[in-house]
Design a binder for this molecule. Sequence first.
Ligand code: ATP
Length: 134
Amino acid sequence: MAEKLFRLEIVTPDKVFYCKDVFMVEYNTTEGEVGVFAGHIPMTQILAPGVLTITEDGGTEKKAALLAGFVEINQEKVTILAESAEWPEEIDIKRAEEARIRAERRIGSGENVDLTRAELALKRALIRESVAKM
Ligand code: ATP
């Protein structure tokens, strides 16, 4: 039996990052990790920084870093509007490492820093570092 597919479109400010019929997509939202199959009930979600996993027709898995944005699920299609999305090979590991060290230093400095901002920067850096190694 053929797998039930749905159209996944991921758009970033500069391009269409991905657009294909897929079997499943998994990502992180402000409400937690979710996995979406064809026929999911329509809804809108807010992305949280995390790893995007796309299961394509035939079972191939694709991973990417997905940092912030919105998801709209409707009958025919899942649309992800993301501030940034990066495939493993697009990630500059050194830059992510520097961003992590900067954020860790700020968090540990005890000075008057914007902790929420520093923690989000740390999260982005850690996700980029892990996706880059996938
Ligand atoms: P940095 O402090 O290094 O700028 P950041 O987490 O603040 O990191 P973002 O605001 O999330 O950066 O991203 C800004 C832009 O830079 C986006 O287009 C994103 O794809 C790109 N970018 C950020 N870090 C990396 C990286 N390590 N490798 C590749 N592209 C990156």
